[in-house]
Design a protein around this ligand. Structure first.
Ligand SMILES: *[C@@H]1O[C@H](CO)[C@@H](O)[C@H](O)[C@H]1NC(C)=O
Ligand SMILES: *[C@@H]1O[C@H](CO)[C@@H](O)[C@H](O)[C@H]1NC(C)=O
Ligand SMILES: *[C@@H]1O[C@H](CO)[C@@H](O)[C@H](O)[C@H]1NC(C)=O
Ligand SMILES: *[C@@H]1O[C@H](CO)[C@@H](O)[C@H](O)[C@H]1NC(C)=O
Ligand SMILES: *[C@@H]1O[C@H](CO)[C@@H](O)[C@H](O)[C@H]1NC(C)=O
Ligand SMILES: *[C@@H]1O[C@H](CO)[C@@H](O)[C@H](O)[C@H]1NC(C)=O
Ligand SMILES: *[C@@H]1O[C@H](CO)[C@@H](O)[C@H](O)[C@H]1NC(C)=O
Length: 639
């Protein structure tokens, strides 16, 4: 197995469509296309794995990958790596289907200081501890690993407590539940509070008083209003709340049930166009020191597969649960409100539980604090990173995994949301199976079925090493210093030049002395011999979809390419005398012009050959003349 840092094998490809701003005033994306060393490192699995889970502990340089009967470890810093077989163990398989009779590793997490590894173990869920590179027996796997692969598994570990949506018995318990399976006493959700839920994400949010600490989980479920109301969406997105300190009810029927469950609809609507995004796809939570400021980034899709990102604050979610009436409940609310956490050893009173259990949904919906954008891309996963830039302000950067095996880096800037880069992390086209952010190391870990890649969050090498390109990229993680487009993580001391707040590109490069090329950046003329009457085409690669590209011939505009082209091409069908000379391809973005290519088309017979040769020239092929020149050179050498 090889450890590789194939720096050049990394591709940043072109952008195909732009982000639509939720409101009118928003600058469009300006992604770049580059093939250059950007600092990525990669490991290839021994074989292609059709199922993987990725575990990365923040701040470490390594990842663990759980696959089918296999555990991989990769250290990106010192290239230590290993693969260990994790085959089925113990009693013979109790699987009905043969494809299940394998050990699918489904959970890799730190629990009580050890790496906990759980797998299906041929329909006999089992957990192990991974200690000093060795397998040790682990805790009871009931609820920690499923009996076979299941798309609806969610496990949340918080200190000693473990919460899970995995069913505990193979052939019963078809109604999904959200349980506390370890730590404090076991609890589960009533079977009537959710309608065929698909779980998306769960998180613990600590409040100021410990008894108020909450678990929020996000899910989709079938809309009870559909098909009664044919216009209603078939499924709705929800957030549910539970008190961490919930101790269950006092009656025999409610003793092991959560008594603080409430759910609310999560709305993601572009009010300008009244477009609704109903299908919650992924959630990323950015914690704040002050809990109400903690932000929930929800990635949604609509019925056509278009994506939108909506942001909610935990303060807003909490307020809806605390203040909203219950849907369909008209009676007087009990003294202890449904959803209210109890202090100390107190249990939720039975009358409160009764009301909450029969009316689990609150009437008010959770509205987004902001919709960042919507886009034609069918994004699958979201990661959010806060970047402190040179002027000490903090910017939000989103990493969105597409369904085409690429990642879009999207910056939330004062003038709007902008797609700054499209990253193709794998050597060959492959789906992104897993993506994890490490905001201590400022790296991204991405896995496909055949490899796992560590990518720096700042890939400033993608923006040509000239000041204007570096500024125009508007990537918060990059700035200009010492003649290079440099990562803010490498030079976080305020000396970097950035232009993130300007709507129209201001010539910050020219007005400062940052080793800038001051816009007079030109490529040397490439001499190209073109035979008269032959064909030739001029090709200029499009780097930014935010720029215009123009081919000039002796400063006369001969071809213009807007966005949507991959290459700006000018075709010469029949080379004639007046078509020789200097051609240059100029990109224009805001007020910044840049010459990308200069080609000097030269007639091979014009200066170097005599009139006699010229008479033949139009009839003879170029290769003939090449051959003749070659012979002349050889003859001269012999003499
Ligand atoms: C690589 O680093 C890991 C910890 O980060 C350490 O356990 C391992 O021994 C190191 N291997 C080598 C070859 O240095
Ligand atoms: C600030 O950046 C400059 C330029 O790269 C570097 O020489 C200097 O050491 C940095 N200072 C600090 C305190 O990091
Ligand atoms: C191209 O040819 C011209 C003369 O025809 C010469 O001055 C120039 O240096 C050449 N450029 C390159 C890059 O070879
Ligand atoms: C190219 O143009 C020349 C001059 O106009 C003409 O004589 C010749 O037939 C043309 N060749 C082709 C292939 O069209
Ligand atoms: C233009 O150049 C790019 C890269 O330089 C290349 O991928 C593309 O195939 C070229 N287009 C044509 C039509 O030759
Ligand atoms: C590109 O060209 C069009 C038409 O010439 C113009 O309206 C537009 O502003 C240009 N865009 C840029 C970024 O220069
Ligand atoms: C940039 O190029 C365009 C034509 O491509 C021209 O109209 C404009 O004046 C140029 N701008 C600058 C600042 O040179």
């Amino acid at each position: 197995m090889g450890f590789e840092t194939r720096r050049a094998a990394f591709l940043i490809v072109m952008w195909t469509s732009q982000l639509l701003p939720p409101s009118a005033s928003c600058r469009m994306a300006s992604p770049r296309i580059v093939t250059s060393p950007l600092g990525e490192k990669r490991f290839q699995f021994d074989s292609s794995e059709n199922h993987i889970v990725l575990y990365h502990e923040k701040g470490t340089p390594s990842v663990y990958v759980g696959a089918v009967g296999m555990l991989y470890y990769y250290n990106f810093e010192n290239s230590t790596n290993y693969a260990v077989s994790f085959g089925t163990e113990g009693t013979l398989s109790s699987c009905r289907k043969r494809k299940d009779a394998k050990n699918y590793l489904t959970l890799l997490e730190k629990y009580e200081g050890k790496l906990l590894i759980c797998g299906t173990n041929a329909c006999n869920p089992t957990c192990w501890n991974w200690v000093d590179g060795k397998k040790e027996p682990g805790i009871n796997a009931q609820g920690l690993a499923p009996f076979g692969l299941d798309q609806n598994d969610l496990v949340l570990i918080d200190g000693k407590d473990i919460y899970s949506t995995i069913k505990k018995h193979q052939y019963n318990g078809r109604i999904p539940r959200f349980r506390r399976i370890r730590g404090s006493a076991e609890l589960y959700t009533s079977d009537t509070v959710m309608n065929k839920p698909q779980f998306v994400k769960a998180a613990v949010i600590k409040q100021n008083e410990a008894y108020n600490d909450k678990i929020y989980y996000f899910f989709r479920e079938e809309n009870p209003e559909w098909p009664k109301n044919a216009a209603a969406p078939t499924s709705v997105s929800r957030v549910a709340q539970l008190c961490k300190g919930d101790q269950g009810g006092s009656g025999s029927l409610s003793g092991a049930k959560w008594t603080t469950f409430l759910k609310a609809t999560l709305l993601c609507v572009d009010s300008a166009t009244d477009r609704h995004f109903n299908r919650l796809q992924d959630v990323f939570i950015v914690e704040a020191a002050d809990w109400p400021e903690t932000r929930v980034y929800g990635l949604f899709l609509n019925e056509w597969g278009y994506a939108a990102v909506c942001v909610y604050t935990v303060g807003d979610i909490d307020k809806v649960f605390r203040t909203s009436p219950l849907k369909g409940y008209n009676g007087q609310l009990p003294t202890v409100r449904p959803g209210q956490c109890q202090e100390g050893e107190q249990l939720t009173p039975p009358e409160t539980f009764k009301v909450a259990d029969s009316h689990p949904e609150v009437a008010h919906k959770v509205k987004q604090d902001a919709i960042l954008f919507h886009s034609k891309h069918r994004y699958q996963q979201i990661g959010v990173h806060q970047v402190q830039v040179a002027d000490k302000n903090t910017y939000t950067v989103l990493y969105l995994a597409t369904d085409k095996g690429t990642i879009h880096k999207v910056a939330v800037l004062p003038m709007g949301t902008m797609n700054v880069l499209e990253i193709q992390p794998f050597r060959s086209f492959a789906d992104i199976r897993s993506m994890t952010l490490d905001n201590e190391r400022n790296e991204l870990y991405v896995a496909s079925v055949s490899e796992v890649v560590q990518l720096p969050m700042a890939m400033c090498g993608a923006y040509k090493d000239n000041c204007e390109s570096c500024m125009l990229a508007r990537d918060p993680s990059c700035g200009w210093i010492n003649g290079k487009c440099t990562s803010v993580y490498d030079h976080g001391n305020g000396t970097l030049l950035q232009a993130l707040t300007h709507d129209v590109f201001l010539d910050v490069c020219a007005s400062s002395n940052h080793g800038s090329t001051k816009g007079d950046y030109t490529e040397p003329c490439k001499n190209i011999t073109v035979v008269p009457s032959s064909r030739y085409y001029l090709n200029c690669s499009i780097e930014s979809h935010h720029a215009n590209y123009t081919w000039l011939h002796h400063n006369r505009n001969i071809a213009h390419c807007g966005s949507g082209h991959r290459h700006c091409i000018h075709f010469i069908g029949n080379m004639t005398d007046e078509l020789y000379g200097t051609y240059s391809c100029i990109s224009q973005e805001d007020s910044f012009n840049q010459t990308l290519v200069t080609e000097c088309l030269i007639n091979p017979f014009e200066e170097t050959t005599t009139t006699l040769f010229r008479a033949w020239a139009t009839k003879a092929s170029f290769s003939f003349w090449l051959g003749l020149f070659h012979m002349i050179v050889v003859l001269l050498l012999i003499q």
